[in-house]
Structures are given as structure tokens and as C-alpha cells.
Write a protein that binds this ligand. Sequence first.
Ligand SMILES: Nc1ncnc2c1ncn2[C@@H]1O[C@H](COP(=O)(O)OP(=O)(O)OP(=O)(O)O)[C@@H](O)[C@H]1O
Ligand SMILES: [Mg+2]
Length: 239
Amino acid sequence: MGGAGMSQPAVVCERVEKSFGSGEQRLRVLRGIDLTANYGEMTFLLGPSGSGKTTLLSIIAGILRADGGTVRVLDRDLARLRNGEGAKFRLENLGFVFQQFNLIPALTAAENAAVPLLAAGARRKPAVERARALLADLGMGHRADVLPSKLSGGEQQRVAFARALIQDPRLVICDEPTSALDGAAGRHVMELLRNVAVSPQRAVVVVTHDFRILEFADRIAEIDDGVIQKIETRKRESS
Ligand SMILES: Nc1ncnc2c1ncn2[C@@H]1O[C@H](COP(=O)(O)OP(=O)(O)OP(=O)(O)O)[C@@H](O)[C@H]1O
Ligand SMILES: [Mg+2]
């Protein structure tokens, strides 16, 4: 466990197991997942519907607990985080874009995007201003004061993006981040993510079915039958 901070990959999953239900209903979803995500890289996870991609992301995010194996995230062993530490660790270090956007209906787009800052104790006005700027970057400047119910799916997804990135998290985890976006908006969002991932202290993990964005991947891991079947490493083209 040498103390050299960045010596390890950002995410290390070893023999990770997860089942749901019990008895005859028991479903073994993850059957020994080995996966690493390096700092400075975009790691993509592909696999059929129901193969456990969201389950694995939830485990990496510390939202679900693995039944077996080890999960190290940003040099912390998730199983060793004490009660309450997990929430603080997530808030300070991780940004998520969930498959369901999970926006708060009573808050505007900018307020939703500002939630992580507010939860960390930031003052409201600068937090919302920061959110507004990030939304403008995402082509959403004119929609910043609108409630989620008035936003299209793609607009909601961009609010979820702004919320994920607003704290400059060290690890960004995205579940189908471009599912509701057209080609141009999808590329734009991936370019923002790449800017996060080019930093040697940061990493991005993306689950996707969207072949249009695979060109952004540094590593592509394919999951099926509860294990990683294949890992492909790509050389990043300089752009
Ligand atoms: N909380 C839960 N309780 C019971 N079963 C669950 C639970 N969460 C997921 N599952 C089951 O585990 C399997 C994997 O689900 P998961 O959501 O991880 O798949 P996925 O790869 O993300 O699929 P998709 O591409 O459709 O999003 C599915 O069969 C699902 O029904
Ligand atoms: Mg899923």
C-alpha cells in the first residue's frame, strides 16, 4: 500500500461479485469482475442490456456494495470507508451522470447543477452562478432558469452533466451519457469529458451503447455473463 498517491490506477476492481435476490430467484450479475481505469484516461464499458453495467458503476461509485472482491477508488478501499465517510468521499471526489438523470423537480436547471456545491456548503449565489456558466458551456445558457419538467431529455442530460462536473471531480462516472443527445451535442459533451480525463489526476468511466462516441475511448472493456470478456487499449489521436 505504498503512499505514492498516483501510483495506482484510479479504479481497481478485483474479482468483484454481486448477486441480487436469494434462493431460486438469486441472480448472479457480476461473477468476478477485474477492471482498472487509469488516471488520464477515458475507460469505456460496453455490454448487452442486463449485463450488469449499471450495477458495476454503482459499486465503483460506492452506492452499492459488492458481495465479494475488492474495489479501490482513488486509492481508497471502498469496503473500509466507515459510515458517513462514503458520502463525504463521493461528494468531494466523484461526479456521476446516471442513466436516469435524477434531477430535483422543484429546482431550476442551474440550481440542480449547483446541488453538489450547495451540499458541500458553498454559498448559494456564487454556486448558482458557476452552474450557470457551466450550463452556458453546454449550450444551455438560455435554459438555466427552467424547471426540469419543461426540459427535453437532451437538455436534462446536459443539466446532469453540469451537476457531475461542477466540483471538478477526480473521477467522473457516466451511465449512457449521450443516450438523449444528438450527434453534435454528444460529441460536445464527450469533448468536455475528455478535458477532464486528460488531467493526470483525473479519470473518466463511461458506459455506453453509442458507437458514435467510441472514438473518445482510451480503453474499451466488454462485459458479458458477469465477467469482463475483452479489454482493448487504444492510442489516443492527438487532436
Ligand atoms: N436492485 C436490483 N434488484 C434485483 N435485480 C436487479 C437490481 N438491479 C439490477 N438488477 C438486475 O441485474 C441485472 C443487471 O442490471 P444492470 O442494471 O446492471 O444492467 P445494465 O447492463 O446496466 O443494463 P442496461 O444496458 O439495460 O442499462 C439485470 O438483470 C437486472 O434486472
Ligand atoms: Mg444500465
